[in-house]
Design a protein around this ligand. Structure first.
Ligand code: ATP
Length: 296
């Protein structure tokens, strides 16, 4: 079977500035793929190409076909764009009814999608919805026809903690049932447990594509958090032993380039009592910063 999404040679330029320069990646079935990159990297532009909202150089295929050639696009691909694109004077139910009609679905589908995202009791105009309610409505639009492929631009943005947990569980279940998810996210610490794979976009091209674990290994930057009864002296001694030391809030030292055993030996030689020695695993946010040289 063809991959859920295949993108090859995507190019885009705005005002003479190149934004996408031959972007290529694939998104497999049965996994949640995170699409990451700094602000302005071109994630939204790429996602809009995949879902047929923009034209341009290169190819983007869903289950082997360009969006325009999909026989039942709503059943194959659900998308949650970065802006809702709904008439502000409509209610959420009217908006979903219109989408359902366009997709050849009955009103029941719209009611179910509304209930699914927790908006059943919300009957005001779209212009009066909160940011999180708008996001929920956009997600309802993506889920409406229970499509096999979900393309979601910042779906967690604006959701409350309960909404984030619900959406994570929903997307996990979708992938575990064999569907495909491609989502962009900036809050990497929250998205990390969900992301099986990553596509990292940087400077107009794909910098990394593969399992999240491989990305973390490739950009591992082990840190040990250290507290002692004499932090200034210990910091100086660790630096003299080759460590890179930063002071964290709460007076902890974040120590790189020396492992916990080496740090303990330096402290013992110095006669400084350690009160905490905690190796910290590399987070997705750390790895991303190391990969692209910027905070997400
Ligand atoms: N229609 C447009 N006209 C002019 N410039 C555009 C247009 N669409 C996108 N751009 C520019 O292309 C670049 C990539 O934008 P895009 O929205 O794809 O980035 P992104 O990775 O999604 O960013 P963010 O994380 O901030 O949402 C940005 O510099 C943006 O200003």
């Amino acid at each position: 079977m063809r991959a859920a999404i295949e993108v090859a040679g995507l190019t885009a330029a705005f005002g003479g500035r190149t934004v996408l320069d031959g972007v290529a990646f694939t998104v497999p079935w049965g996994a949640v793929t995170g699409f990451v990159g700094v602000n302005g990297a071109g994630k939204t532009t790429t996602l809009r190409r995949i879902v047929g909202l923009e034209a341009g150089g290169g190819v983007a295929r869903v289950a082997g076909k360009a969006y325009a050639d999909l026989e039942a696009p709503a059943e194959m691909l659900g998308c949650c764009p970065d802006v809702l694109g709904a008439a502000p004077g409509q209610t959420a139910a009217q908006h979903l009814d219109a989408l359902a009609l366009r997709a050849g679905l009955d009103r029941g589908a719209a009611r179910r999608a509304l209930a699914d995202v927790g908006l059943s009791g919300v009957d005001g105009r779209i212009r009066a919805l909160s940011l999180g309610q708008r996001r929920r409505l956009a997600i309802a639009g993506a889920l409406l026809a229970e499509p096999r492929v979900l393309v979601l631009d910042e779906p967690f943005d604006g959701l409350d903690p309960g909404g984030r947990r619900w959406l994570s569980a929903r997307l996990r279940a979708h992938a575990d049932a064999g569907g495909a998810v491609l989502l962009s996210a900036h809050a990497l610490h929250e998205a990390e447990p969900l992301l099986d794979r990553l596509v990292c976009l940087h400077a107009g091209a794909v910098r990394f594509e593969g399992p999240t674990e491989a990305f973390l290994r490739a950009h591992a930057s082990p840190v040990v958090l250290v507290r002692s009864l004499d932090q200034p002296r210990l910091a100086r001694a660790l630096q003299a032993a080759g460590a890179v030391v930063h002071r964290r809030s709460g007076d902890a030292l974040a120590v790189r380039e020396l492992d916990a055993a080496a740090i303990a030996r330096v402290a013992a030689r110095l006669g400084v009592l350690l009160t905490e020695l905690a190796p910290r695993r590399t987070t997705l946010s750390d790895a991303f910063a190391a990969a692209v040289g910027a905070a997400p």
